[in-house]
Design a protein around this ligand. Structure first.
Ligand SMILES: Nc1ncnc2c1ncn2[C@@H]1O[C@H](COP(=O)(O)OP(=O)(O)OP(=O)(O)O)[C@@H](O)[C@H]1O
Ligand SMILES: [Mg+2]
Length: 373
């Protein structure tokens, strides 16, 4: 079952899927990069570390092909992430929600292994078999433990094929289950005692885990496991302009994929949303002059992207086909007010003391106020 879906998704790159994998969406860029790639690369890597960096940061290939930037931020962090994958240590992308951990992990896997689908989603319910292997019980009962009855995990396939495996939200997984990764990472083998055999990891195999430090219900990594990871902390975007660029790019991409009947949003509109997010997130206005109450939500870049995206859907289907303050206001308030008590107070205060006094924000102020009344 899983096998069919996986192979279908690899061959069927039709535009009707809601979301293509990175290696599908950027197939052209990856092909161009690989064609011009003359740099040294670790065994079984499809792209050299140097060209992988170009793929992530964007720029021009030596022959002049334009590569779109995927990550906006400190290039050193991406260098460190890529270099880690070439070592025998695994990579842990750590940070606040919405700081592009999953996004970077997907693009790294796509560039290095040409496959970002070897993915394990960590949850409180993840058990060891999700990380190691499980059994097809009908076959197991009929024929006993045989290779045919074995259901491979993404980890096992990654080890066998020498590919990068992604573990999302590693710290949501129970600590005892997390520790199943220790043998895999230190011995580079996955024993299958029932078959008296093992899968030895081929070169090119590594793990990229992501974890965030804000959500409730996280289980810290045991120190034995933490030692097997190199941690790269992804920070929130450093400047307003960086964050506006990120939102703009992602909104354009999503808009293309979802085809809303709407004009491209004005940068000014995005800048206002991002400004509100940054000010509330930091508890102070951008000019540093006025302290404000912080709402309980994370107000991440990812949420700013979905606020604009929702606004565009409203504008396209119910509005004028052009993004207005009214289209944005509902999802803006929804993103900020997560807790009907304290958040409402913080939000009202911000609206009345900051938004109201900005000359060119009158429309947005009015639209937000109408929702609250
Ligand atoms: N520095 C950045 N560069 C490029 N894109 C970014 C950046 N920060 C955030 N984004 C965008 O934000 C969105 C959310 O990122 P992602 O889902 O990877 O977050 P995350 O760190 O995995 O969050 P969570 O902890 O909630 O899983 C993505 O669409 C990504 O493009
Ligand atoms: Mg994530």
């Amino acid at each position: 079952m899983t096998k069919t879906t996986a192979s279908q998704s690899k061959t069927d790159v039709s535009t009707s899927v809601i979301r293509q994998h990175a290696e599908q969406e950027y197939a052209e860029e990856l092909a161009a990069i690989r064609e011009e790639d003359v740099y040294p690369k670790p065994e079984n890597w499809l792209t050299s570390p140097k060209m992988t960096l170009l793929y992530l940061l964007g720029g021009k290939t030596p022959k002049g092909k334009e590569i779109s930037p995927k990550y906006v931020g400190d290039p050193k962090l991406m260098e460190m992430a890529i270099a880690t994958l070439a070592t025998d240590r695994a990579l842990l992308l750590y940070g606040l929600p919405g700081t592009a951990k999953s996004w970077v992990s997907e693009h790294l896997a796509a560039a290095v292994s040409g496959d970002s689908t070897l993915l394990i989603q960590g949850t409180a319910g993840t058990d060891e078999s999700a990380l190691r292997y499980s059994w097809n019980y009908a076959q197991l009962i009929a024929n006993g433990p045989t290779p045919e009855a074995l259901v491979e995990s993404p980890t096992m396939r990654g080890m066998r094929d020498g590919k990068v495996v992604r573990v999302e939200e590693l710290t949501r997984v129970g600590s005892d289950v997390q520790d199943a990764l220790i043998t895999i990472l230190s011995e580079k083998t996955l024993p299958i005692p029932e078959l008296s055999s093992e899968v030895q990891a081929q070169k090119g195999f590594n793990i990229i885990a992501t974890a965030n430090n804000r959500d409730r219900g996280v289980n810290e990594l045991s120190s034995a496991l933490a030692r097997r990871f190199n941690t790269v902390v992804l920070p929130p975007p450093a400047t307003l302009e960086d964050e506006v660029t990120i939102v703009q790019r992602r909104v354009e991409q999503l808009g293309r994929a979802l085809q809303y009947p709407v004009e491209k949003p004005a940068v000014e509109e995005l800048r206002r949303v991002v400004t509100i997010f940054r000010e509330l997130r930091n508890g102070v206005t951008l000019d540093g002059k006025t302290k404000i109450k912080q709402p309980s939500g994370t107000l991440s870049t990812a949420e700013a992207i979905s606020v604009v995206n929702n606004g565009l859907a409203c504008a396209g289907y119910f509005g004028s086909g052009k993004l207005t303050a009214t289209d944005l206001a509902t999802s803006l308030v929804g993103a900020i007010v997560k807790d009907p008590g304290a958040d409402v107070v913080a939000w009202r205060e911000y609206r009345q003391t900051i938004m109201k006094n900005r000359e060119d924000w009158k429309d947005l102020f009015k639209a937000c106020k109408e929702i609250d009344e």
